[in-house]
Design a protein around this ligand. Structure first.
Ligand code: PA5
Length: 463
């Protein structure tokens, strides 16, 4: 089966002059990359990098697959309740591998698989509206939270459980719930044990944003008919390609390019698929890159703030929105194109009464020409860009792509000398919210935020 490929030629100074790098620059990074590779391998051996074990958990995937096959025709709707790493992977896989209008297809067209909803917000309008469209008697909720305590996930769960109770009664609501959480701890684990709710384990050594190939991403995918074993197979294939020989390791080369250009001022990494189905892969990647790499760190006794800013764009849509900025704006970006060789449809542009240059061409040719044109235009304006090409969009190639990007995140974290797997910055907002929501133990935070808001009231900085 075909492999995805990384072409980084347009990052080389040969094509983008002083804004790129040369072979010597690249090779000078190899020792650093080798050491990053070794550290990652050592951490893996110590069991610290659970995401690298996931592609090999084939038995777990089979269990999920069998379970989904038995259950899915019982439900019209599958609803994921989770946020961040407990939601974005589900969306990315579904958008990539199923029909773009999946929820509008008939049950027969969906081969009796359920519709999928992932309301990853606590906006009251969103959750209230969700209740307008779900048939609760035929809905299954997958409550996903590694910690089992995340406020957004629990709040939405409590609301939906309440609604469910009213519709199906106290003896039956449990049959409409699947819990994915830590093996031992947290409120959701306790609830699953107490109520006898079907549950799956998110391994303790797998961080939220690295959990797409764990039950977190696989259950909804399997319910929606996606061949999850093939996703893992693709990831394993990428793992095999990402070996010690840095020059042949796509994740390491992607890391090298990004790292080198970051320190040349290209602090923004735009991921731009030329393929509608990959648009949410860039959304998933945005979280992976931002939450993993945006860190305050201490290097040689100096506090350093690092982190490339990931931006998502979509070809061709954003040619009419963002590309002007990418071509003529500041020289602070590197573009990562996601390109596909074979679309799953071929659409001919028909003849019109007047002769037209578009006639008899296909949309496939048009989107490809626009992709090539944008790539060339960027390169000619000395804007470094690289392209990850997928032979097609399939479980096998998506598995490769997700895994390659996860591995690159782990490598580049070693180069930046940061901990990729924590998110202390998110904590501050969380504890202040707890304070405002009156959670016991967070009285100090409540006072702190109230004082701040009071002071703010006295100022005149609003019009
Ligand atoms: O990547 C992460 O760790 C976060 O985005 C989490 O996934 C997110 O905060 C949700 O956490 P939890 O799964 O514990 O509810």
């Amino acid at each position: 089966m075909a492999n995805i490929k990384l072409d980084y030629g347009n990052c080389m100074s040969e094509f983008v002059g002083e804004h790129g790098l040369n072979q010597e620059n690249l090779q000078s990074l190899y020792p650093k990359l080798s050491s990053a590779y070794n550290i990652v391998q050592q951490k893996k051996q110590k069991g610290l990098l659970g995401f690298m074990e996931l592609p090999y958990k084939t038995e777990d995937a089979k269990k999920i697959s069998d379970f989904a096959k038995k259950q899915r025709s019982k439900f019209d709707d599958f609803t994921v309740i989770g946020i961040g790493g407990s939601a974005l992977g589900n969306i990315a896989i579904q958008t990539a591998l199923n029909h773009p209008y999946w929820n509008l297809l008939s049950n027969k067209q969906r081969k009796k698989c359920p519709r999928l909803f992932v309301p990853d917000n606590v906006d009251p309008e969103l959750i209230k509206s969700l209740l307008d469209v779900l048939n609760l008697k035929k809905t299954v909720f997958n409550i996903i939270s590694k910690s089992g305590t995340t406020a957004e996930c629990l709040a939405n769960f409590f609301i939906l459980k309440n609604a469910l109770l009213k519709k199906v009664g106290v003896k039956n609501w449990q049959k409409h719930i699947i819990i994915s959480t830590d093996e031992k701890k947290g409120y959701l684990r306790e609830l699953a044990n107490k109520e006898g709710i079907v549950s799956f384990v998110i391994p303790a050594n797998v961080g939220g944003r690295f959990s797409v190939l764990s039950p977190v991403g696989l259950i909804s995918a399997a319910f929606c008919g996606i061949k999850i074993e093939k996703l893992l197979e693709g990831a394993r294939e990428m793992d095999a390609r990402c070996g010690q020989d840095i020059s042949k390791n796509p994740a390491a080369i992607y890391t090298a390019i990004q790292y080198f250009l970051y320190y040349k001022g290209k602090k923004i990494n735009v991921m731009m698929p030329y393929c509608q189905s990959l648009k949410d892969v860039s959304d998933w990647f945005r979280q992976l890159w931002a939450e993993s790499l945006g860190k305050k760190t201490n290097i040689k006794n100096e506090i350093v703030n690092v982190g490339p800013t990931p931006v998502k764009a979509l070809g061709v849509t954003d040619q009419h929105s963002q590309v002007q900025l990418y071509i003529e704006g500041p020289y602070d970006k590197i573009i990562t194109f996601l390109s596909i060789e074979k679309y799953r449809a071929n659409v001919v542009i028909p003849k019109t009464s007047e002769k037209h240059y578009l006639e008899k061409h296909t949309l496939n040719e048009l989107i490809k020409s626009e992709e090539e044109a944008t790539r060339v235009a960027l390169t000619k304006q000395s804007r470094p860009n690289c392209t990850i090409t997928l032979p097609d969009v399939s479980e096998h190639t998506i598995g490769q792509l997700l895994y390659m990007l996860e591995l690159a995140t782990a490598y580049i974290g070693e180069l930046f000398e940061i901990n990729v797997f924590d998110q202390p910055g998110v904590e501050l907002g969380k504890v202040l919210t707890y304070g405002l929501m009156g959670r016991t133990g967070f009285e100090k935070e409540k006072k702190e935020i109230e004082e701040f808001l009071e002071k703010k009231k006295e100022t005149q900085y609003a019009v």
